[in-house]
Design a protein around this ligand. Structure first.
Ligand SMILES: O=C(CO)[C@H](O)[C@H](O)COP(=O)(O)O
Ligand SMILES: [Fe+2]
Length: 216
C-alpha cells in the first residue's frame, strides 16, 4: 500500500516545507495535480513548478495531468522531472499514443478515468500502463466527497490485472480518508492519493499515520 499526498491542498507559498513534511512522515510518492481551466474548471500549476519541486525531494513525483490534449506537454513534464505522468482517457482522442509518448521519455505511464468513464474505455491500453488512476471524485477540486460507485471499477481493474498478469498499480484519488481508503483497499487499490485529509490538518503526519493504520 502506497501513499501519495496531493500538494493541491498544501500551502503553495511553502511547497518545499510541505513536501518535506510528508516525506519525513514516510510517504511513497508526491502527487502533483496539473489543471488547465479547460479540461477541468480550475487552474493550478505547470512544468516550472514541477521543476522547482524536483530538487526538494527524493520521492517519485506522481504527476496527474488534467489538461486537454496532454501530448502537447508530456515532454515538458518529463524534462521537468516527473517520474510518473498520468493522462485522462477523456482528455485526448489518442490515449494510446499519449502513453507511448510518456514511455519514450523513460517515465512511468499512467492512464486516468473519471467517475463517469467505464474500465472498458481503457481496456486496450492496459498493457501499456504502469499506473491506472481511478478518480473517486469528479476532477478539478480538493475536498470533495468520495463517490462509492467507483469501487466496482477498482475491483474490475484488479481482476483484469490478475487475469492478464498486467503490471500496473491501481491508484485512487479524491475523497480519500481512512474509511474510504479501507473500501478501496478491499476492492484492490495499491496507491492512495489524499490532499485535504492530510494537509487541512494541524498535524499532517498524524493524518498520514491514521491512513497507514487503517490500511494495515
Ligand atoms: O486530482 C485531484 C482533484 O482533481 C486531487 O488529487 C484530489 O482531489 C485530492 O484531493 P482530496 O484528497 O482533497 O479529495
Ligand atoms: Fe489528482
Amino acid at each position: 500500500m502506497k501513499l501519495s499526498p496531493s500538494i493541491l491542498s498544501a500551502d503553495f507559498a511553502n511547497l518545499e516545507r510541505d513536501v518535506k513534511l510528508v516525506e519525513d512522515a514516510g510517504v511513497d510518492y508526491i502527487h502533483v495535480d496539473v489543471m488547465d481551466g479547460q479540461f477541468v474548471p480550475n487552474i493550478t500549476l505547470g512544468p516550472n513548478v514541477v521543476k522547482a519541486i524536483r530538487p526538494t525531494t527524493k520521492l517519485p513525483l506522481d504527476v496527474h495531468l488534467m489538461i486537454v490534449e496532454p501530448e502537447r506537454f508530456i515532454e515538458d513534464f518529463a524534462k521537468a522531472g516527473a517520474d510518473i505522468i498520468a493522462v485522462h482517457q477523456e482528455s485526448t482522442p489518442h490515449i494510446h499514443r499519449a502513453l507511448q509518448m510518456i514511455r519514450s521519455f523513460d517515465v512511468k505511464a499512467g492512464v486516468v478515468i473519471n467517475p463517469g468513464t467505464p474500465v472498458e474505455a481503457i481496456k486496450h491500453v492496459l498493457p501499456l500502463a504502469d499506473l491506472v488512476l481511478v478518480m473517486t471524485v469528479n476532477p478539478g477540486f480538493g475536498g470533495q466527497s468520495f463517490i462509492p460507485e467507483c469501487l466496482d471499477k477498482i475491483a474490475e481493474l484488479a481482476r483484469l490485472k490478475k487475469e492478464h498478469n498486467y503490471s500496473y498499480e491501481i491508484e485512487v484519488d479524491g475523497g480519500i480518508v481512512p474509511e474510504t481508503a479501507i473500501l478501496c483497499a478491499k476492492a484492490g487499490a495499491d496507491v492512495f492519493v489524499a490532499g485535504s485529509y492530510i494537509y487541512n490538518a494541524p498535524a499532517p503526519h498524524e493524518r498520514i499515520e491514521k491512513l497507514r493504520e487503517a490500511l494495515e
